[in-house]
Design a protein around this ligand. Structure first.
Ligand SMILES: [Zn+2]
Length: 142
């Protein structure tokens, strides 16, 4: 994959996550696969998964969220008998996407051995210690 494509996907994913983060402080968005299924919830700065789902389909409960009610740390618990709730703050996937994108970007930007680190001119057989193309001093360790 090209670097610009990786960067585009990475930045796009970051923007989506940031947008979801902002939205999650204002409204709840819940999608449930059914009364005894699994509910996915965006709200309070988190992606949440709850089993069982209780409701069916999409719902937008007008829960007063706001940043003061944000859940900042991952949560795994049983708020009621037989109910399992997992909440993952959106900064977790956001940081993950940023790190992966940055790592990919750095890996792609590394100049292969034998090329000038500044202009990538092919230095094979060069013994002058200076890039003939741009004048950058070349380390003679290679
Ligand atoms: Zn050069």
């Amino acid at each position: 994959m090209s670097r610009s494509l990786v960067l585009g996907i990475g930045l796009g994913a970051c923007l989506l996550l940031i947008a979801a983060y902002v939205v999650s402080f204002k409204i709840d968005i819940i999608y449930s696969t059914g009364r005894y299924g699994t509910a996915f919830r965006l709200g309070r700065g988190c992606i949440g998964v709850m089993r069982p789902g209780f409701i069916d389909g999409w719902s937008y409960p007008s829960a007063p969220t706001g940043i003061s009610r944000a859940v900042w740390w991952p949560y795994l618990g049983h708020p009621a008998a037989g109910v399992t709730l997992v909440m993952v703050p959106l900064w977790c996937p956001l940081i993950l996407v940023m790190l992966v994108t940055a790592a990919w970007w750095r890996r792609g930007s590394r100049v292969p051995a034998g090329l000038c680190p500044k202009c990538t001119y092919d230095l094979t057989g060069n013994v002058s210690g200076v890039c003939p193309e741009c004048g950058t001093p070349i380390s003679t360790t290679t």
